[in-house]
Ligand binder design. Structure first.
Ligand code: SF4
Length: 338
């Protein structure tokens, strides 16, 4: 694991703005796994994990999605009626410089305790309207096998019907984590109730053989895999890169699910692409990709406004009882209103 400037300089030549980060580091620590260190020659990966002084722009909020306001405990966020997010740990195998949960990630909460697990399970027992739990953080797979077993057992004991979303970047950053012992735990709890793997691949160069093998361990158990990318300036803000990513994901049984507009999180402005540019990319992807390969370009609105899908409006007018549409190629087509 790379945690110091000297270690980082052994594998990359730092730019001036990258060097300057170390004079006054931001709260999100430097941590790059050995696996990712071996991929630093790829610019799209390097930019996601090597810190730069641009993170010191502190104009924006640490909590633009108002997660704190919707927290029912320090670990449980209940923003939408039917699903909750459980912050299982603040640790990750590598810290992404675009992380949207900087208020929590890499600080000092550590792994979820026994009492916090019980409190979360009790809450879910009394909130039958919730049918999905996002196990997130941080990265849930930094928890030990023993703690994961306790967590999953406690949730399944109270609510075997819950859909558990396993939110992780470990296939990208630490694919060796998925040992036979860990997968036996996953198999057991997937047999008790539904699980879904939610990955975050942002660039096709992240799809190493080891990473794909890690995801395959889940799909072989019948746990479907989805991908949530973040639209990142200098990483994947062009249709060619995203087309390659989405097609490769689909070929490897990972459904491209979301393409997120960057949240307005402090220290991440240099990664942000304008919504207008994002819509151009989305329209181009829609021309090139099949429906299965196409992710939903989505923005999580500030102040807890929730997610809305961003897409070009193809319904452009109405005339004589007819709806007027444009095709993805810009041609006009009509369809009766009734
Ligand atoms: S893996 Fe997720 S929680 Fe961890 S730093 Fe990356 S984006 Fe943040």
């Amino acid at each position: 694991m790379i945690t110091t400037k000297a270690e980082l300089e052994n594998i990359v030549t730092l730019t001036d703005s990258e060097k300057a980060w170390f004079d006054d580091p931001s709260s999100l620590p430097l941590l790059i796994s050995d696996h990712l260190a071996g991929l630093m020659c790829h610019e799209g990966i390097r930019r996601q994990f090597v810190p730069s002084v641009e993170e010191k722009d502190e104009a924006e909020s640490l909590d633009p999605l108002a997660e704190l306001e919707h927290s029912v405990s320090s670990r449980l966020i209940h923003r939408y009626g039917h699903r909750v997010a459980l912050l299982t740990t603040d640790r990750c195998f590598s810290y992404c410089r675009h992380c949207f949960r900087r208020r929590f990630t890499g600080l000092d909460s550590g792994p979820i305790s026994d009492s916090e697990i019980e409190r979360a399970a009790d809450y879910l027992e009394h909130h039958g309207e919730v049918y999905e739990v996002l196990l997130t953080g941080g990265d849930m797979f930094t928890l030990s096998d023993d703690r994961l077993e306790r967590l999953l057992s406690a949730l399944r004991r109270k609510r075997s019907d819950l859909v558990l979303r396993l939110c992780t970047r470990a296939p990208v950053s630490y694919p060796e984590r998925f040992s036979d012992e860990l997968m036996a735990i996953m198999e057991k709890h997937n047999e008790e109730g539904p699980m879904v793997l939610m990955c975050q691949f942002n660039h096709p160069d992240e799809l190493s053989a080891e990473s794909l093998d890690a995801v395959r361990k889940f799909t072989r158990l019948g746990i479907p895999a989805f991908n949530q990318s973040v639209l990142l300036r200098g990483v994947n803000d062009d249709a060619d890169t995203l087309e390659r990513l989405c097609v490769a994901l689909l070929r490897n049984r990972i459904k491209p699910y979301y393409l997120f507009q960057c949240d307005l999180v402090r220290g991440t402005a240099h990664f942000r692409v304008s919504v207008d540019r994002g819509l151009e990319i989305e329209a181009e992807l829609r021309r090139r990709l099949s429906g299965l390969a196409m992710p939903q370009y989505t923005i999580d609105l500030p102040e807890g406004g929730g997610k809305v899908i961003l897409t070009e409006n193809h319904l452009i007018g109405r005339e004589d009882g007819q709806l007027i549409f444009t095709t993805v190629d810009g041609q006009e087509r009509r369809y009766p209103e009734k």
